[in-house]
Design a protein around this ligand. Sequence first.
Ligand code: CA
Length: 379
Amino acid sequence: MKITSCTAMILRTPVSRPFTSARGWWYKTKNAMLVHIETDEGIDGWGEAYGPAECTKQVVDSLLAPLLVNQDPLDTNVLWEKMYQRIEDYAPQGFGVAAISAIDIALWDIKGKFFGLPVYKLLGGAHRLSLTPYATGLYFTEEDGDFITPAVSEAIKYKEMGFKGIKMKIALNRKEELERVKAVREAIGPDIELMVDANHGYSLYDAIWLSKKFEDLEISWFEEPISPHDLKGYADLRTKTSIPLAGGENNFTRYAFKDILDERAMDIIQPDLCCAGGITEVMRIASMAEVAGITCMMHVWGSAVGLFAALNVMAALPPSPHSWKPAPVWMEYEQTESPFREKLVTEPIRRENGEVYVPQSPGLGFTINMDIVEKYRVK
Ligand code: CA
């Protein structure tokens, strides 16, 4: 089998209420950068990159797609190294690796379809056939005003939708933010797990102050409290709080995750399949985390393509630690408005009784809805 084409495309749609995290850039549109790979045997595959779509598309178009034509799509390790060698000198973190990720995911989709098996089977089989989704939301939708009332009503909505966990964005100054988190915890009660995500918006001293206060609020983890580059700061914070620290969505490849694990900087690493290096690389990262005794959960923030890829990979990760009654394996399920999460595929992910189910069709497990692709594709 030979690759005949590798096409990068951007899907884009405006959102009705722009929103922001602690990063302070306002999301006015939802975007998906998809890669479509076709072969001479009529089998095709889809992948996705996370991050600024024009930039990742440019890397695919100019550097990576020319390497792929006439190659065997089943050679996922070989092609990963070829692509990485092409970008290593210029973009070993960021856009370059995100572009590789999209291609690698599409190659795995092809590989699964070629063998007639779900990708998780090719990864060695499923340790679980369902995962526990948590809702990511509670972004900021106004420049200023009352931040508590909308956060509380959104959290209650997720509880009523059956989510067992909610991850809220935090960004205000520490005292205001503490009041906001307290209000959400009171509104949802003690039985729903609550995580907080600062998108590295705090100083180390504010993160220490907040993490100590969060201990009384049963916060399940504190995500990206400080800069992803300050691993010593994470290690320091980790000794000062009992709240688990999470991060990794802004770190790329096994090389960056080696540093996190060596520093013992986080309790939970969160590589994103669509930017940390795709399925090939994230399986390696997960294995390194298991050796280090650190939990690995995917960061997921994209379209159905990334979601289906994450379900396949998370099904295949071994329980760590092995336990008679293991903790839930959480699956990030972000909830900002997007036609790309459910409508981009002909059959959306099955979510029932607070669980999401691992797809069983060959490849990543979806059929792309080409009407949605054509409707939203940036011409
Ligand atoms: Ca995050």
